[in-house]
Design a protein around this ligand. Sequence first.
Ligand code: TYM
Length: 350
Amino acid sequence: KPLVFSGVQPTGNLHLGNYLGAIRKFVALQDNNDCMYCVVDLHALTAQLVHDDMRSQIRSITAAFLAAGIDPVKHIVFNQSQVPQHAELAWIFNCVARMGWMERMTQFKDKAGKDRERASLGLFAYPSLMAADILVYRATHVPVGEDQKQHLELTRDIAMKFNLDFEQQIRPSGFGVDITVGDQPVHAYFPMVEPLIDGPAPRVMSLKDGTKKMSKSDPSDLSRINLMDDAEGIAKKIRKAKTDPDALPSEVDGLKGRPEADNLTGIYAALADKTKTDVLAEFGGQQFSVFKPALIDLAVEVLAPINGEMRRLMDDPGHIDAVLRDGGARARARAEKTMTEIRDIIGFVR
Ligand code: TYM
């Protein structure tokens, strides 16, 4: 079975972008794959070192995973800090990755801002820890939103460099496998990960500006739908969402140059498990005054049960912690198996 891995940071409230770009896909992948879903608490330190509500943030992401329908018994749900092997492999990857690769990361450039000298070393090394999260399990498939694409390309670069640098050690170790990259045969330890980004909403945009990503850090709460918003809140935000004066087009091509119309169509499609083409076949020619109420009904129908279940789960932190402890123990056993092999390949004495 293919091994799926993904992570979500426990920073701020989850929003519709996180749900449609990531969590909804996590749920759908459970049928045919072995899945590991991680609350990446070590990564959260790069945004802000001291959190007064770290524990409740971790529990709330975990609650969202469970409320959305992730099965923590058949699959593994855990938080990163319970598996120290992630940080261990990240150190090794810090020695594999090149400064120049990291400096090209657009997320680092955005988050560090103008004053690079004051950005933490952790923020710079962030993608190296992300590569370790995935590769410490030798996972092959990673469902994420579009904004993580560059980090997954870097993950492939790190994996490839490790495979080539240690080729002489991997071969006799017996831990490697033959893979082809492009048409080049490589005896590899790490697989080349496949990002799973497609779908109708790989990049959910702000409800106030269709050219800006929906994000936790947007100062306007009206720009995003939070998973914790109630039905009334969802309705209000969609009613106030920016649109243009035209009717919806009948074909996807007609969405070009209409970012807000495109965004709302994509959101509808993702919530309904349809394509944008299907949605426009139904609503093409209709005004937003017709489309928005339909979108409100759909969004409330999908999100209200998740919201309710999240609240119920958050009332029992002991249960959430037990899920994370169990997932952590199972993840640790897997991670330690690969780390033992990696330590041997590198030549550490045990
Ligand atoms: P994070 O916590 O910022 O976001 C979690 C997931 O939500 C997706 N996402 C979006 N998708 C569509 N539209 C949006 N507006 C939107 N905003 C966020 C993100 O793409 C992500 O999939 N670096 C990761 C966490 C991470 C990780 C990993 C992911 C750490 N290690 C290993 C995969 C594999 C992040 O910051 O996600």
